[in-house]
Design a protein around this ligand. Structure first.
Ligand code: AMP
Ligand code: MG
Length: 423
């Protein structure tokens, strides 16, 4: 049964509603060493095992002192030196200052650290004194992180569902976590289809092409937090497609590539229908990517009777990538237990005018290169990448995003702020 084609926004909402219904879904968990945790999703919240910092710590090289005394600019006797790593030293006598390095424990009695470049030291050896330069004052607490200022023992540091990147891994390390409980990555079956496909390692005969979508989709899946499971390519006939689809029950998500357009040998939808697929959309008003299909396949009545969600991606590589990023990546992130919202959009300033008359009522996604560091203090600069259609892999390889041209927009002037979908 065919539906009226939803708009891009409507299709996004259909996927969003599906994701929302997954709400309580809890993926299985596993424990990984900290060094292997990058890109994974935290399964349990992390608590602080101790106050952090566990001692009042200097953030600067200089002199630990009493702010009120230093602010009189009177010379203070220099009373020893504290290095980072030293145990806490004795109390600071009145009218004195103790040299201290960044990261070292501030002695009792001191309430601020005078930075070297705001201090003037005079005298030699044991009679050395230091005073705060006239042009500066010092406030209590300055250049000190108080004990427990970053966290108190028992505080929640990170919550479940957080994607682990450098910052989260550093935080976990600081509290002594050598391994973390993470969600098992969802297994994503990738079924490419097409009589014209040969393996990447083969030389295509005339009329054939290498199967570039399989490794492309595997890379996209891995980047979005899934575990790619690349199946052998299926041919454009019912037997081959049925045999391939018979293998995918254990997947968490199914991606097919090709065979969803209106061609005589586009047989994927029919094969999905034979597996009793429930279609949510069969086509979306986007370019490229119009033939995109979304739905779910019923599964057996076993322990995991959750339906298997699937996306039928168009065969054209750029279309396939766009549909993956727009619709499959958010669902995949939800299956991965992640709170991180995908797809990632941004704003960029268009460097060149764009004047492409597309089909009315379609949202377009044009391969583009965004220079994020072009002009400091200004938005990222965007240059559309010329492309010879949605099979142009060279254009895809020169791009790091897609420029979003909303429905009804015919041309955009240089300098306009435009939405980009990050690749
Ligand atoms: P289809 O969606 O099956 O009509 O395929 C559209 C076009 O995409 C085909 O003519 C191929 O050129 C290309 N294509 C399909 N599948 C792949 C693939 N796995 N890798 C690279 N290109 C593909
Ligand atoms: Mg095909």
């Amino acid at each position: 049964m065919k539906f009226a084609l939803p708009s891009y926004d409507q299709a996004l909402k259909m996927v969003g509603d599906y994701v929302a219904r997954l709400g309580g879904f809890q993926p299985a968990t596993e424990c990984v060493e900290l060094g292997q945790a990058s890109g994974r999703v935290l399964a349990h919240s992390l608590a602080a095992d101790s106050d952090q910092p566990s001692f009042a710590r200097s953030t600067r090289d200089g002199y630990a002192c009493r702010a009120a005394e230093a602010s009189t600019h009177a010379p203070l006797a220099i009373n020893g030196v504290i290095r980072a790593g030293d145990p806490p030293s004795g109390s600071l006598p009145p009218a004195s200052a103790r040299e201290i390095m960044a990261g070292a424990p501030v002695p009792n009695g001191a309430d601020a650290v005078m930075m070297y470049d705001r201090a003037e030291a005079t005298g030699a050896a044991k009679s050395r004194k230091v005073r705060l330069l006239q042009s500066h004052t010092l406030k209590p607490g300055e250049n000190i992180v108080a004990r427990g200022a970053q966290a108190r023992a028992g505080d929640e540091l990170l919550c479940a569902g957080v994607a682990l990147h450098a910052g989260q891994i550093a935080l976990a390390a600081a509290y002594g976590y050598t391994a973390l409980n993470v969600f098992v990555r969802p297994r994503v079956a990738i079924l490419t289809t097409g009589d014209e496909l040969v393996p990447v390692s083969s030389s295509p005969a005339l009329g054939q092409i290498r199967n570039s979508n399989a490794p492309m989709l595997a890379a996209l899946v891995a980047a979005a937090g899934g575990e790619p499971w690349v199946l052998p390519a299926a041919a454009d006939n019912a037997e081959s497609l049925d045999a391939a689809l018979a293998q995918v029950d254990s997947a968490d998500l199914l991606l097919t590539s090709g065979g969803v357009s209106a061609g005589k040998f586009d047989l994927v939808e029919a094969a999905l229908t034979r597996k009793r697929a429930r279609f949510r959309f069969t086509g979306v008003r986007i370019r490229p990517g119009k033939p995109a299909v979304f739905g779910e396949l019923p599964r057996g009545k076993g322990a995991d009777s959750r339906a298997l969600p699937f996306f039928g991606l168009p065969g054209n590589p750029i279309a396939s990538a766009v549909v993956f990023l727009l619709f499959a990546a958010p669902l995949l992130a939800a299956l991965a237990g992640s709170r991180e919202t995908l797809p990632r959009f941004g704003l960029a300033r268009l460097s060149l005018p764009v004047d492409r008359h597309g089909k009315a009522g379609f949202t377009r996604f044009l391969p583009a290169f965004c220079d994020f560091g072009a002009i400091p203090g200004h938005p990222p600069q965007l240059v559309p990448v010329p492309s010879h259609g949605s099979g142009d892999l060279a254009a895809l390889a020169c791009s790091n995003c897609f420029m979003v041209v909303p429905e009804g927009t015919r041309s955009l002037e240089a300098g306009s702020l435009v939405n980009i979908l990050l690749l």
